[in-house]
Structures are given as C-alpha cells and as structure tokens.
Design a protein around this ligand. Structure first.
Ligand SMILES: [Zn+2]
Length: 124
C-alpha cells in the first residue's frame, strides 16, 4: 500500500503534469512523483521523540523535589506560595532557596525562616 503522505501533491504521483497537450516534468518532485521533504525530516523527528521518551527513565523514577521536606520548610513554602505581593518568579526562587537551605542545613534555621518571611510579608 502506498503511503499517501509520500505522493507528490502537485502531480499526484505521476511525476508529470499535463499542460495544454504537452507533458511536462513536475517541477515540485522533479519527475519522481514523490513528495519532496527535507531529507529524513519525518523520521528524525519520530526517532528523536520516541528516543527521548525511552531514554529518560531517570526523570520518572527520581523526580526533582519541588517542595520542602521539613515541616518548617513546607509551612514557609506555603506562605510564599500564598503571598499576594510576590511575583511567581520570586516565589519559585524562594521555594527553591528553602529546599536548598534544607539540603545544606538539614532543616530550616530560625534565621532563615525570618529572612524569608520578611520577603513574604515585607510590612507585617
Ligand atoms: Zn510531482
């Protein structure tokens, strides 16, 4: 069965166009009757996509942490997330800072909690 995708749309796969009684070579496919695409374009895309899906088991098995693991950290991150004054970028950055702080200190220090809360509630 011939794949319709591979047939030249200009000549319908003949490779030639009838024009006022004369038979001319199709300018689109240059007489091949095949659709002209960038070489290997479709195949490369398909291969890449499936390759990417199959070769990324790490991402599924060990997702990057997106939320603090300590009670104080999670509570603080919640305050950051619910803040009405911070931009989304600032929130993302602060929550990332909290997780990094946890990773390096093992917990959230009072100093750190105060520092972040000042940014969440600047005038409270
Ligand atoms: Zn053609």
């Amino acid at each position: 069965m011939k794949d319709i995708e591979d047939v030249c749309a200009t000549c319908g796969g003949d490779g030639y166009i009838e024009n006022a009684g004369s038979r001319n070579r199709c300018p689109t496919c240059r007489g091949t009757g095949r659709r002209v695409v960038a070489e290997g374009f479709h195949d490369v895309t398909k291969t890449k996509a499936s390759h990417h899906l199959r070769s990324d088991p790490k991402g599924a098995a060990a997702p990057k942490p997106t939320w603090p693991t300590t009670f104080e950290g999670a509570q603080l991150a919640g305050e950051v997330r619910d803040s009405r004054t911070l931009t989304q970028d600032a929130k993302d950055r602060l929550i990332r800072e909290i997780m990094e702080h946890e990773t390096s200190h093992g917990q959230c220090t009072q100093t750190f909690l105060k520092k972040v809360r000042k940014q969440v509630r600047p005038k409270a």
